[in-house]
Write a protein that binds this ligand. Sequence first.
Ligand SMILES: NC(=O)c1ccc[n+]([C@@H]2O[C@H](COP(=O)([O-])OP(=O)(O)OC[C@H]3O[C@@H](n4cnc5c(N)ncnc54)[C@H](O)[C@@H]3O)[C@@H](O)[C@H]2O)c1
Length: 259
Amino acid sequence: MYAIDLSGQNAVVFGVANQRSIAWSIARTLDEAGATLVLAYQNERLRSSVDKLVGGLNNEPLLVECDVSEDANVEAMFKQVETELGHVETVVHSIAFANRDDLGGRFVDTGRDGFRLALDISAYSLVPVVRYAAPLMSENGGSVLTLTFMASTKVFPGYNVMGTAKAALENEVRQLASDLGRDNIRVNAISAGPLDTLSSRAISNYRDMKRVHAERSPMGRNITHDEVANTALFLSSGMASGITGVVLHVDTGYHIMGI
Ligand SMILES: NC(=O)c1ccc[n+]([C@@H]2O[C@H](COP(=O)([O-])OP(=O)(O)OC[C@H]3O[C@@H](n4cnc5c(N)ncnc54)[C@H](O)[C@@H]3O)[C@@H](O)[C@H]2O)c1
């Protein structure tokens, strides 16, 4: 039996907002595998909801506020992690944001400020996260994961500017994987099918997307939060030691279909 054991390892997880967050499913799974968590939440407003969630974890987590819109916040967060935990083996970047107005209607109407904001938070932020995490991974190497969606390559009306952001994010995954491979740091993305979360509900056509995925995917159903979390556990572990720069689809096969 090949059980995955992350005892003695530290995992920094960005993007827990509530119990439906994909980041929370991943965090719980990494904790169950023995990792000690750092939960990096966006702002004070989310602190109480994160506080309520962590009670059931096996290992006591470190909770740190980090708004990724400023590089200095990311740098300070990893400094604190270095002081308190010393090393990091896994980083999960599960963050996206766009103005609600830009997640519906016509893409051609996307304004410059909305475009800049969506790309800044949803794509650029992975770069400073990896820049400041990498030195803490230097001893044993490490694994970085981000969350993407198939709208990076195909048009999903309503997903709009977030599709552009996911295209940029997936390109970053390849460039960062190339930069850091010799340091034994792997960088990968999970392309998840639709899941009910705070963010997905802001997309105007989300319900249709979810229905069509279930109808047309080879497996004839939607994915679960646990399926994404288990894939994240695999990619975080030594079982995936030869995998970097990939976009791994966890979507019950939807992406292979032409119709
Ligand atoms: N839910 C889906 O159907 C689905 C499918 C594929 C990919 N994804 C991706 O998964 C990731 C997580 O989204 P989710 O669906 O769990 O929704 P969510 O709303 O629970 O998570 C989004 C997170 O981003 C954080 N965030 C936003 N702006 C931030 C900032 N400036 N600084 C720090 N954190 C910030 C929020 O606090 C929140 O925790 C996103 O990248 C999303 O695009 C989601």
